[in-house]
Design a protein. Structure first.
Length: 390
């Protein structure tokens, strides 16, 4: 087979890239290891930066979001089971976020791809990348048959465990990582959620109230990374959540049986460069953020903004100016998101082995944030997502 861009990975990054390229008349083939239903069955957060919301609207993917999504004008922080603090993001930035699930976005991307008749090949195995500094191609097997795609460029959108990042020579690749010594135990409950998404710091550990829709709530508590789901009955979960949230907020929590329960690890990870020859990485293939800031999906869209512009400029104007600066431009927003996510994780979690000095600094970080409009404005500027630079 032959195409202009071979996209490895049918997650949000790969599908959105295929969608934007299609809108510009550029051909691509998306190859995905799993089935479509498997991809859609993944439970993922959905807090969209203003820039991501704009991109979804620009590319005709906002119909359901604007109808069923929940605008998010700020962030609520509970502190040590007492304080209840609101960061007025829309006041400080004039911009609005949106609570809208990654699953719904991925569904709409698949629907658009099918509507546009775009090529997608599922259940591919043994994917390998070739001639990244010449005439690139991707080989794979499907149902025991070997196939090859010749292309002008390869977009590695195959997530953290995919082959694309590893195709960049080890002596070239630089990796930066932080693995956090705790996890998030999350449950899904078919009950009305709290009116606002809320983060909570408590000396017993982090907690959080979030949502998927008006009748589907998502809650998290920090647990040791050695804990197992079976260690946590629903009752034990609700008791921990109530202890970590202020008394006055208890009335806002509608408890019920969990329909899903899982523990997610927390990691910060960046691989540089995000380009090697004709290979361009986007999304989790190049970087992972801890869930605390909900930046993962937003970064995938950010990368696609820069990569699609670069590929369109190449094919339309025969200019590689954006291809040549892709890695540097994308990484600027990546590191900004890594930074705010790391600082939010430090502020809101208890670290095993932390000493009283650490605790005093954390308390002071909170006091400064709660007490200073300038610091709230700075936080809001980073939390809403940096502007896309030209
Ligand atoms: N061949 C083909 N596809 C592959 C391979 C492979 N060898 N390895 C992985 N994939 C597919 C995965 O099955 C997955 O569907 O690549 C896709 C990568 O999708 P995601 O992991 O969702 O990553 P991305 O599209 O970059 O989206 C980032 O996902 O994990 C969240 O928080 C993250 O919200 C962020 C978003
Ligand atoms: C979620 O809804 O799962 C969620 C929301 C915001 C976060 C993290 C997770 O920061």
């Amino acid at each position: 087979m032959r195409t202009q861009v071979c996209i490895i990975g049918g997650g949000p990054a790969g599908l959105f890239l295929a969608h934007v390229l299609h809108a510009a008349g550029i051909e691509s083939i998306v190859i995905e290891r799993q089935t479509k239903n498997h991809v859609l069955s993944r439970i993922r957060a959905g807090v969209l930066e203003a820039g991501t919301v704009d991109l979804l609207r620009q590319y005709g993917l906002a119909g359901r979001m604007d109808r069923d999504g929940m605008p998010k004008d700020g962030t609520r922080i509970f502190w040590e089971g007492k304080e209840d603090f609101w960061i007025d993001v829309i006041r400080w930035t004039g911009k609005r976020m949106m609570v809208w699930g990654q699953t719904q976005i991925t569904e709409d991307l698949y629907a658009a791809r099918e509507r546009d008749g775009g090529e997608m090949i599922f259940e591919v195995e043994n994917v390998a990348l070739h001639d990244l500094d010449g005439a690139p191609s991707v080989t794979f097997e499907r149902h025991g048959e070997s196939q090859r795609i010749d292309c002008d460029f390869i977009a590695g959108c195959d997530g953290f465990h995919g082959p694309s990042r590893k195709a960049i020579p080890a002596e070239i690749r630089r990796e930066y990582e932080r693995v956090y010594p705790f996890g998030w135990l999350g449950i899904m409950v078919e009950k009305p959620p709290m009116k606002e998404i809320a983060y909570a710091y408590h000396s017993e550990g982090f907690a959080m109230a979030s949502r998927r829709n008006p009748m589907l709530s998502r809650y998290y508590v920090q647990v040791p990374s050695t804990d197992k789901v079976e260690d946590w009955s629903d009752d034990r979960f609700w008791e921990a959540l109530h202890r970590r949230l202020p008394e006055h907020a208890h009335g806002e929590i509608e408890t019920g049986p969990s329909i899903e329960k899982s523990i997610a690890p927390l990691r910060s990870f960046v691989a540089e460069p995000m380009r090697w020859g004709k290979l361009f990485l986007a999304g989790d293939a190049a970087h992972i953020v801890p869930q605390t800031g909900a930046k993962g999906l937003n970064l995938a869209f950010s990368d696609v903004f820069y990569l699609s512009r670069a590929l369109i400029t190449h094919f339309r104007e025969n200019s590689d100016r954006y291809l040549d600066s892709y890695s540097q431009m994308a990484l600027r927003r990546v590191w900004a998101a890594e930074n705010i996510s790391w600082r939010m994780t430090k502020l809101l979690h208890v670290f095993p082995g932390e000493d009283p000095f650490d605790q005093k600094i954390r308390q002071n970080d909170f006091d400064l944030l709660a007490g200073s409009e300038d610091i709230q404005r700075a936080f809001a500027y980073e939390y809403i997502g940096l502007p896309f630079e030209d």
